[in-house]
Design a protein around this ligand. Structure first.
Ligand SMILES: Cc1cc2nc3c(=O)[nH]c(=O)nc-3n(C[C@H](O)[C@H](O)[C@H](O)COP(=O)(O)OP(=O)(O)OC[C@H]3O[C@@H](n4cnc5c(N)ncnc54)[C@H](O)[C@@H]3O)c2cc1C
Length: 395
């Protein structure tokens, strides 16, 4: 068994193969030189120096998992069942693709001093001294990473401006009504948020906007999204989707025999939501590997159709989301979005299909189970934040 990518999904695949009884050789090949580590702390504790690192607590040696680190995989030749790596060819019987995602860069900014991304441990290490210098920092993109980085930079005492081309934060993920109260979080934290702000170019010491505004910047952090790290699969016969995602099936198999894909690099068809999902969140990189291992080893096919889940810690708030909603789904508010704790639910017909909880972890926990069970809800009871979610089901 060979796994490409030593992030959460790759490591969990190796662990799941052993947990599910596989006794043969397992190798995990990763491009980064570091012991495999977890990414969420990079924009939180690691960035602020509250944690040294975020290495996974996995004893690879006692699991009998061979790690080949600092080794980039360059290509796949399925006819020969071989990978090409920097260290030469590697044969496989079964292959798991877990190469994750890489941040989208701004054209023309490569090599401009003071321009940063935040995806890897090395990125976080480079940013730590930037925070310590308490520079004026400009963050490009008011998405999840932009908000978390801005939070950390404010905590470190930096002056922070976030520029966002859309009219609101998280425009790609949440509707305007839900993102609107989040706009105030930036101001409350002392962060200047500039929406409708398109970056024209970045030069040493400044970000220049399309309207000519020149924002002084001791450092710039670009957080404008990530795309699957799959360029190395070009010409391999592994079918890719429009976002460069490996098109996995509902058992996380790719279009090539005995090649599976999991985590940020792969999309899968969800019968639950009636569409193909490309999920770039931690829980997907934890759950998917169990299905992959089950399908590699098991007699009974296991279908992967999770209720997606993620969390974000921004501006002192714990934000959690479960499920997947579309624009046409009915929104039901629980609580006042200008207060510290509130939830918004999405119903399709009368079934709960998604919810976003701010500072209401119990709503999230109960809601996630109700979504999984496909429970019908009483919208009126649901709208009452004093009632627990599990007491708001339709009778
Ligand atoms: C700063 C940050 C904070 C985050 N915070 C949260 C959070 O709070 N909540 C949440 O739900 N999610 C969060 N996420 C998302 C979450 O970390 C990812 O969804 C998760 O890491 C995906 O795991 P993965 O193994 O699929 O991919 P990755 O973690 O990207 O790992 C893939 C690995 O494969 C390696 N690789 C790529 N190409 C090759 C190649 N050709 N050869 C060999 N190796 C290769 C890469 O170097 C990388 O180490 C955060 C992400 C980041 C970057």
């Amino acid at each position: 068994m060979v796994v490409v990518g030593a992030g959460m999904a790759g490591v969990q695949t190796a662990v799941a193969l052993r947990e599910q009884g596989f006794k043969g050789p397992v190798a995990v090949i990763g491009a980064e030189p570091h012991q495999p580590y977890d990414r969420p702390p990079l924009s939180k504790a690691v960035l602020l120096g509250k944690a040294e690192d975020s290495a996974f607590d996995v004893d690879f040696e006692s699991l009998g998992v061979e790690l080949r680190l600092g080794c980039e995989v360059l290509g796949l030749r399925p006819a020969e069942r071989e990978l090409d790596t920097e260290a030469g060819p590697v044969p496989y019987d079964v292959l798991v693709l877990a190469t994750g995602a890489e941040p989208i860069t701004m054209p023309g900014t490569e090599g401009v001093p003071g321009v940063h991304l935040l995806r890897t441990l090395d990125d976080a290490e480079r940013l730590k001294p930037v925070l310590a210098r308490q520079h004026e920092i400009v963050v490009v993109g008011a998405g999840w990473i932009g908000a978390e980085f801005a939070t950390a930079a404010r905590q470190a005492g930096c002056a922070v401006t976030v520029v966002e081309a859309a009219d609101r934060p998280l425009a790609g993920a949440l509707p305007a009504e839900v993102a609107a109260p989040m706009t105030a979080w930036y101001a409350d934290a002392g962060v200047e948020l500039r929406t409708h702000a398109r970056v024209e170019h970045i030069e040493p010491g400044a970000v220049v906007l399309a309207d000519g505004t020149r924002l002084p910047a001791g450092a710039v952090v670009v957080g404008i999204g990530a795309r699957p790290a799959t360029a190395w699969l070009a010409g391999s016969g592994v079918e890719l989707g429009p976002h460069g995602d490996v098109l996995a099936d509902d058992r996380l198999r790719t279009s090539v025999e005995d090649v599976y894909a999991v985590g940020d690099c792969a999309s899968f068809p969800s019968a639950r939501y009636g569409e193909r999902l490309l999920v770039h969140h931690w829980d997907n990189a934890l759950q998917g590997p169990r299905t992959v291992a089950g399908n590699i080893l098991g007699e009974t096919p296991a279908v992967y159709d999770p209720v997606p889940y993620f969390w974000s810690e921004q501006f002192g708030r714990f934000v959690q989301y479960a499920g997947h909603h579309a624009a046409a789904d009915q929104m039901v508010w629980r609580g006042d979005p200008t207060s510290p704790a509130w939830t918004v639910c999405w119903l399709r017909e009368d079934r709960l299909i998604a919810l976003l909880a701010v500072g209401r972890p119990r709503d999230l926990a109960q809601g996630r189970r109700l979504i999984e069970a496909g429970r019908s809800m009483n919208a009126e009871a649901l709208a009452d934040p004093a009632k627990s979610l599990k007491d708001a089901t339709a009778t």
